[in-house]
Ligand binder design. Structure first.
Ligand code: ASP
Ligand code: MG
Length: 424
């Protein structure tokens, strides 16, 4: 008998029938003798629909009100799941993030969890209840306002609860059987990984794989939470996210490449004709940092000898595009650049694998596979265990499929089942 934390995503809770199905699955874990705490996402595409609605009402909704609106989605799920559980002869208590003790900083839309005070959860478990917590939300210690953790944040709610409660396992239930070598919606021959290390999963999540929220993986690594990603539509064993292998053991067992991830949520900005002098790049990126914009890749060209001018390109979330262009426009006279170019028809394709540390030739093989598919590379960045390229958005699928095949990741026959979800 231990504590099991489960998370159910929106596609597992698409309608009344799936709410009842999830409730049965939850009570099975309870029947097996565990204390069960569940974090739920909003039903189906509710969060996107609420966002669309907000944008119809107002072009720039105040972040506080947007969080109030979006957290409603998870509250609907938590109450319905608790009702369905009580029909099965068990008792459940649902809690908002705030009631559950999810304490965050005060940044609306992308708040970070700073503490969990799970008093009410422990009490409810002690009274024999199954606990359902609304995911993706918390309350700011400082402002007392309701916050959200960023899209996909319910994974992080679940892992943070598991860490705070000392749970035996955190099970992430989703609409595919686990973590795959590529998004099965794009590469039908993608293979399920039985195990993937924290560092590889962090790179996959940071590179656009949506199966786990990035911060949930950071949390799991920091607090040693055993994480199991699996389908709510099957009883198959999923993917275990496991500690990084010790030095030396690194390549003995590990595959060279864990997978290929892609991301079409970024845009590219080019600052054309920047004077090649000390301090100009700092000025540009200071302005972006003041606007709270996270930069991903950066490339600065060699300056043309005749003009002493250079171009600086970088990528950032598309949702921050307008704010960034405005911040940079304000710098034109100070920096003296020529013009700004904005391109949101780009995509990022990343090859990830801890084994690339000790295997030469991975970069060459990756680039040849892209060349073979007729894909032009616009920008490149690397980490120790990742190579990412920016390409035309229209080439993303070809690029992912080509890299996947070239590293022999294709399964012999289709094993990936996409059980639900619109992939939205
Ligand atoms: N409902 C939120 C979203 O769609 C949070 C989540 O699903 O984890 O982003
Ligand atoms: Mg969702």
């Amino acid at each position: 008998m231990g504590i099991v934390v489960q998370k159910y995503g929106g596609s597992s809770l698409a309608d009344a029938a799936s709410v009842k199905r999830v409730a049965r699955r939850i009570t099975e874990a309870r029947r097996a003798g565990n204390d069960v705490v569940v974090a739920v996402s909003a039903m189906g595409d509710t969060t996107d629909e609420l966002l669309d609605l907000a944008n119809e009402v107002s072009p720039l909704p105040p972040p506080r009100e947007l969080d109030m609106l979006m957290t409603a989605g998870e509250r609907i799920s938590m109450a319905l799941v608790a009702m369905a559980i009580s029909d099965l002869g068990f008792t459940a208590r649902s809690f908002t993030g705030s009631q559950a003790g999810v304490i965050t900083d005060s940044v609306h839309g992308k708040a970070k969890i700073i503490d969990i005070t799970p008093g009410r959860i422990s009490e409810a478990l002690g009274d024999g209840h199954i606990v359902i917590v609304a995911g993706f939300q918390g309350v700011s210690q400082q402002t007392k306002e309701i916050t959200t953790l960023g899209r996909g944040g319910t994974d992080t709610t679940a892992v943070a609860l598991a860490a705070a409660l000392g749970a035996d396992v955190c099970e992430i239930y989703t609409d595919v059987d686990g973590v795959f070598t590529a998004d099965p919606r794009v590469v039908p021959l993608a293979r399920k990984l039985d195990r993937v290390s924290h560092e590889e999963m962090l790179e996959l999540a940071a590179s656009g794989s949506k199966v786990l929220h990035l911060r949930s993986v950071e949390y799991a690594r920091r607090y040693n939470v055993p994480l199991h990603v699996r389908s709510s539509f099957s009883t198959k064993e999923g993917t275990w996210i496991v500690p990084d292998p010790a030095e030396g053991e690194q390549t003995m067992e590990q595959a060279i490449i864990a997978g290929v991830a892609h991301d079409v949520s970024e845009a590219k900005i080019t600052v054309v004709g920047v004077p090649d002098k000390v301090g100009e790049a700092a000025r540009i990126f200071d302005a972006l940092s003041d606007a709270e914009i996270n930069i991903d890749m950066v490339v600065q060209n060699v300056s043309a000898a005749a003009t002493g001018l250079t171009d600086i390109s970088f990528t950032l979330p598309r949702t921050d595009g307008q704010v960034a262009m405005k911040a940079l426009a304000g710098l034109q006279s100070e920096v003296g650049y020529e013009k700004l170019l904005y391109d949101d028809k780009v995509g990022k394709v990343s090859l990830i694998g801890a084994g690339m540390r000790s295997h030469p030739g991975i970069t060459a093989k990756f680039f040849s596979s892209l060349a073979g598919a007729g894909v032009n590379i616009e920008m490149i960045s690397t980490s120790e265990i990742r190579i990412s390229v920016i390409v035309d958005e229209a080439d993303v699928t070809d690029a992912v499929c080509a890299a996947h095949a070239s590293f022999d990741l294709d399964a012999d026959e289709v094993e990936a089942v996409v059980y639900g979800g619109t992939g939205r």
